[in-house]
Design a protein around this ligand. Structure first.
Ligand SMILES: [Zn+2]
Length: 132
């Protein structure tokens, strides 16, 4: 347990997840006070962003190869396809790590919380999302 080294009795049995604001057992929260569900949803979101980024990289590279390189596809088409697939896969992996790290670092409070009424959107959020 990661909380083992703390003085006994200092932590309450339940803490509030900083992301969804739900009360959870302390052992279900990690050191940033994210619950398991929030962690899982952040990973899912990062994965989706990663695939999108990989797809964008794939399209850009494919266009570059087709427009500028113009290889003789009759000779080694598989090599080019392999290169594009590797770029897609690695791009998606790297982008996913960055998206997840970004989410963790930013660590905006109550981002997964579901308010009873639709909360007004924060200004600048859409622009920030658009970069992904
Ligand atoms: Zn949570």
């Amino acid at each position: 347990m990661m909380l083992r080294d703390r003085p006994k009795g200092r932590l309450p049995a339940d803490l509030t997840c900083v992301r969804c604001l739900e009360i959870k057992p302390t052992e279900e929260l990690d050191r940033l006070l994210w619950c398991d569900e929030c962690l899982a949803s952040a990973k899912r979101r990062a994965m989706v962003r990663g695939w999108i980024a990989g797809g964008v990289l794939f399209v850009i590279l494919a266009l570059y190869v087709l427009v500028w390189v113009q290889p003789d596809f009759s000779l080694i088409p598989t090599a080019w396809i392999m290169m594009l697939l590797v770029a897609f896969y690695l791009g998606a992996r790297v982008a996913r790590e960055f998206a997840f790290a970004w989410d963790r670092l930013r660590n905006r409070g109550a981002v997964e919380a579901t308010p009873p009424v639709q909360a007004p959107k924060h200004k600048g959020e859409d622009e920030a999302q658009a970069h992904w």
